[in-house]
Structures are given as C-alpha cells and as structure tokens.
Design a protein around this ligand. Sequence first.
Ligand SMILES: Cc1cc2nc3c(=O)[nH]c(=O)nc-3n(C[C@H](O)[C@H](O)[C@H](O)COP(=O)(O)OP(=O)(O)OC[C@H]3O[C@@H](n4cnc5c(N)ncnc54)[C@H](O)[C@@H]3O)c2cc1C
Length: 469
Amino acid sequence: MRITIIGAGFSGNTLATLLASESETATEVCLVGVDETFGRGVAYGETRPEHLLNVRAGHLGADPDNAGEFADWLHLGPQGRNGFLPRLAYGEYLTDRLHKAKAHATNLTLLRQEAIAVDRIGDGFRVHLDDGSYFASDRVVLALGALAPQRLAGVGPRLAQSQRYVAWPWQDNALDKIQPDARVLIVGTGLTMADVVMSLSKRGHTGGIVAISRHGLVPQSHQPEPGPAIELPPSLQQALRTYSIRQLVAAIRPLARVIPDWRSAIDALRPHLQDFWRGLPARDRARFLRHVRSYWEVVRHRVAPEVGAVLDDLRASGQLDMRAGRLVRAGLRTDGAHVLIRERGSEQIGVERFDYVIRATGLDTDIAQTTHPLASHLHEAGLISADAHGLGVNVSDSLEVLDSRGAPIAGLYCLGPLLRGHLWEITAVPELRTAAKKLSQQLGLAGSNATAQGRRRNLERELALSQSF
Ligand SMILES: Cc1cc2nc3c(=O)[nH]c(=O)nc-3n(C[C@H](O)[C@H](O)[C@H](O)COP(=O)(O)OP(=O)(O)OC[C@H]3O[C@@H](n4cnc5c(N)ncnc54)[C@H](O)[C@@H]3O)c2cc1C
C-alpha cells in the first residue's frame, strides 16, 4: 500500500507524520513537496522575523491531541504560551517534527519535487514529477495549500511585469527594492497587508502607504490576555440549528456588547462553523460571501496585539491611509504606477501616482481560474471539480474529491485551504490538524486492508525505471 501526499506544508507534513507513526510499516507514505518550503509551506516558510503567528503559542501544537506541543517544544512558561511568536519559529518546529518522524519511520519517503500531474490507472494513480519521473500510488492526497495569486484585475501587463509591481509579497526580498520614502499602494487590507506593513515598518519606511479594499476594514487585534471563554447563548444555538445567517448576525451583536470581550463570542462560534456552513444552501452561502464575509473576516482572523499596535500607530500618524475603494485601472508610466481608484460610495474616479503597487488580496483557491500546473491539469482532466463559489475543490464528506460529474474518485483526497468550499473554516492550524487526524485514521484503515493483500512496491526502483524510458 502506498499513500502519496502532494504538498509539504502544514497539512501535508502533519498528515505524513501521523500516517508514518500510526500505519503499519507495510504502508508506505510518500510526501512530495517543492524544495523551497518543504515541511513548512508558504505561511511558515516564506516569512520574516517580524511576521507573527495569529494564534497563541499554547494552542498551536500540530497534534490535535496535544495542542501544547509547540509551546512545550520551545519550553515556554505560562506567559509565553499566551504570546504570539514569529511564524519562523513555527516553521522550525514543523521541520523538526518531520525530521523526527523520518528518523523513526522506515515507511516515510520525502521527495523534494513538484508533482505536475496525477493520472488514474486502474483503481490507483500515477504521480508525475517535474523531472519527468513517475510512480504508482494506491491513494493520493492533494495538500496543495492555497494557490498562487492571479493577476489583479485592472493591472496593466507592463506594470504587472515591472519592478514596480509586487505580486507575491512574501517571496524572498520582494520588498527589499522599495526605497524607504517610496509611496506604496497595497491592494487588500487583511492579514497579508498586515505582513507587508510590518516588513516596511521594520525596514524604516517613511513614505506614505495607502491600503484599499472593497470595505476598507482592518483586521482586529487579539488582546494580550485571552478573554474568558463563554457558553453559546440559546439565541446563537438556535441560529446555528436553523442555519440562519440573519439570526446569527442579529444574535451576535447584542451578545458582543454585554460580555467582557467580544472576541470570546467569535471563538465560541468557531467550532460550530464547519457544520453550519455544510448545512447552508448554496443561495445562503453566496449571500454570506457577498454581505457578511468582509465583516466576519476582520473579527475572525485577528492579528497579534503587537501587529495591531504598529497598524494603529501608523494610521494615527497619517503614514498609513486605509480606504474603502476599488482599483479600477493601474498602468506603468515613466514616473511610476498611475492608479485609478474609485472610493466606495462615490461615482468619481481619482488618479494617483505610486512608486509601488503590492498585491495583498489573500488566499486564492479558485481552481477553475488557476494556472497552478497540477490543479489546472486535474481540473481539465475532470478528476477534480470547482466549488460553485470559487472557494476550492468539491469533495465528499470523507474528503474524496468529486469529479466533473460529481462522483467521488475513490482514493483521491484533498486536505487544506482548498476545502473552503466544503467546510469554510479550514484555513488555520486548529481546524487543519483535526482534518489531518481524521483523514489519517481513514487512510490508516484503508491501508491495513490493502496490506492484508500483501502489496508492496519499491519507490526508488520505480522512479529510476520511469526515467530510463
Ligand atoms: C501568510 C500566512 C500566514 C498564516 N498564519 C497563520 C497563523 O499564524 N496561524 C494559523 O493558525 N494559521 C495561519 N495561516 C493559515 C494556515 O496555517 C496555513 O494556511 C497552513 O499553513 C496551510 O497549510 P497547507 O499545508 O494546507 O498549505 P501550504 O502551507 O500552502 O502548503 C502547501 C505546500 O504545497 C506545495 N505545493 C503546491 N503544489 C504542489 C505540487 N504540485 N507539488 C509539490 N508541492 C506542491 C506548496 O508550494 C506549499 O509548500 C497562515 C496562512 C498564510 C498564507
């Protein structure tokens, strides 16, 4: 039995370590990931010391049965456990976990390559790598993370290819070219914007920074100390039971006003959100995305208090200008990027000059639009299908992907942010580790059945053979 996990970020790493420790040694686990961020993924690989985790250290263990594992690994005391550490430290922890798992498990193979295609062969799969080699696998898990961002609508091709446009702000040295006094436009006002502002601030930026998004809403901050946990009142329980977004919003507002910290209400709702989302008809999901999402995201995805303080200071000094508006058109001129912006609620379109335009519009999970080689190959081949709202991949309740006709593909699974369409609340560590655990249990069972049939292959021999043709 061979299980191949494609994508070695948090999800792939966690699933591989679980499978390697839990499966019988006759089940071979193969983790395939791009070299640059192997074991860490984008969030904890492409990051800088000033980028902080947005979950308290004490809750970030990768093992769902041991949420304190990360804090224990760092020997943190009670105060440290409540703190928000650099994401780099989390990347170190994930790498260490994977190395330890590899040292103990003879059935875990790590392949530092990009998978470019997966074909269905009989009741299994063939995985193709970017060096031209391929191998067979009984099960495949797609843990690809969020997809690379598409070009921003309205950004002209010359600007998009110029030094003045930053499409992927986390990439090594992406911001180093920006002079301290440069005038910068950040498109997006969420967590990616916060990362960019933290990096610019760390580098002593003095120039003006404008950040725009449709609603101009800024992520709220965590408090230094967590507020007291609350029980969900009957009004919210009723809203969840009846799948009513309207009731949910109506019930949460008065509650937030009477409890010591409104954040406790959001945190109490969080464990119920996957079931709530799954029970919503498509029409209501669309309504949520259109009317509630922007407001929900700034209260749900909060920044560390230290990050919130930097944003507040820069806004108070006037250096950071947050606006509700839309980039209509941006083009390259000799003196910089000329950007047409329509402010929210206005018919007027203003033109402004910036030295740099930075795309910070967050996760992209729309597999129908993506240029990601593997995701677009699988989509075109009809092996995966796009969620109706562009949120990811359609899957069954057991996380098997649904093909273009809506039928589950036995043995082909998805894990990670591409499950947003199915579960909505599935982008952060607490939900991802639980999903990884459930899938590992399911695959472990499937593995022991296949092991009983006595199937065993040799991966190195297969890869070498595939290249000799
Ligand atoms: C910038 C950022 C900060 C975040 N901060 C936090 C936080 O503080 N706390 C929290 O709880 N959550 C945070 N999250 C959310 C969540 O923890 C991450 O999104 C999580 O790491 C997702 O893990 P993943 O493995 O599913 O995806 P990713 O981390 O994106 O990993 C997927 C990996 O697969 C690779 N890959 C893709 N396609 C292929 C292929 N064809 N072949 C081989 N490899 C491939 C990618 O290059 C990548 O390395 C953050 C997310 C981001 C983007």
